[in-house]
Design a protein around this ligand. Structure first.
Ligand code: PEP
Length: 271
């Protein structure tokens, strides 16, 4: 009898696992950073839409997102098909008012953004953004109906010192706001030393960190199994398949390779 229960239990587990895998499409997210003219941004958006149209099967497993510079968002949106979502690379921690140079989460929502990248290591480094500030930005992004892509990752020195989980654990604990859910939050694990350098973490290192992140999320968030964890750091078509094969990698945040339609879509078709 116990044997029958055990088999039934295993069948339910396997069924649940397949359902989860089936439901979670990868998110292929392009961070265009501070690159390009208006006409180059429009051409890039057109190229991405055309590449998807030429291989529409790619939509079976992948959702696409592009995050242009602020002032390119509206013209780029006019070029995008429903298959590609739109996001920004940052937002203000404030709702409205006298904050020169800021763009609010409400303004992003108003121009049909669905996502905002927060706490990218370039912002943490060059603008000294703290976990506290990132948490405030994420909270206001959520309040305005945006999905926050919260970036975490260790520096090379921190990895060499064996501190990577401690660093990422602290970033997660302090950057995730109260109301974070599997629906309104995406985590991007981006080892700082792998961004724009051509170096990628080994698949073992990616597996260990993504597994660690999943564990931290489970302790904090309901249905954390369905929260996407992206890997970022020199992802390109030639290394995408092995990265996507790693457990708990649910997509990629892509910088350099997102600026060429064939590479951006090539990353999705490779994996
Ligand atoms: C990034 O900036 O988020 C990034 C991952 O850049 P790249 O793909 O160029 O390493």
């Amino acid at each position: 009898m116990a044997y029958v229960f055990f088999i039934l239990f295993m069948l339910i587990r396997v069924h649940a696992w397949f359902k989860k895998e089936e439901m979670m499409k990868r998110l292929i997210a392009g961070n265009w950073k501070m690159n390009g003219t208006m006409s180059a941004a429009i051409k890039l958006a057109q190229g991405i839409v055309e590449a998807i149209q030429n291989d529409s099967k790619v939509l079976e497993n992948n959702d696409f997102l592009v995050c242009p510079p602020f002032h390119h968002i509206v013209p780029v949106q006019a070029e995008l098909s429903m298959a590609v979502s739109l996001g920004a690379q940052d937002c203000s921690p404030y709702e409205v008012g006298a904050y020169t140079g800021d763009v609010s989460a409400a303004m992003l929502k108003d121009v049909n953004c669905d996502y905002v990248i927060l706490g990218h290591s370039e912002r943490r480094e060059y603008y000294v953004e703290s976990n506290d500030l990132i948490r405030q930005k994420a909270a206001i992004a959520h309040e305005n109906g945006l999905i926050a892509i919260i970036c975490v990752g260790e520096t090379e020195a921190q990895r060499e010192a064996g501190e990577e989980q401690e660093v990422v654990g602290k970033q997660l604990a302090e950057s995730l706001p109260e109301g974070a859910t599997a629906q309104n939050t995406v985590i991007a694990y981006e080892p700082v030393w792998a961004i724009g350098t051509g170096k990628t973490a080994t698949t073992d290192d990616i597996a260990a960190m993504h597994d660690f992140i999943r564990g931290q999320l489970k302790a904090k968030i309901d249905n954390a199994d369905t929260l996407r964890i992206l890997y970022g750091g020199s992802v390109k078509p030639s290394n995408a398949a092995e990265i996507f094969a790693v457990d708990n990698v649910n997509g990629a945040l892509i910088g350099g390779a997102s600026l060429k339609p064939e590479d951006f879509i090539g990353i999705a078709t490779a994996g």
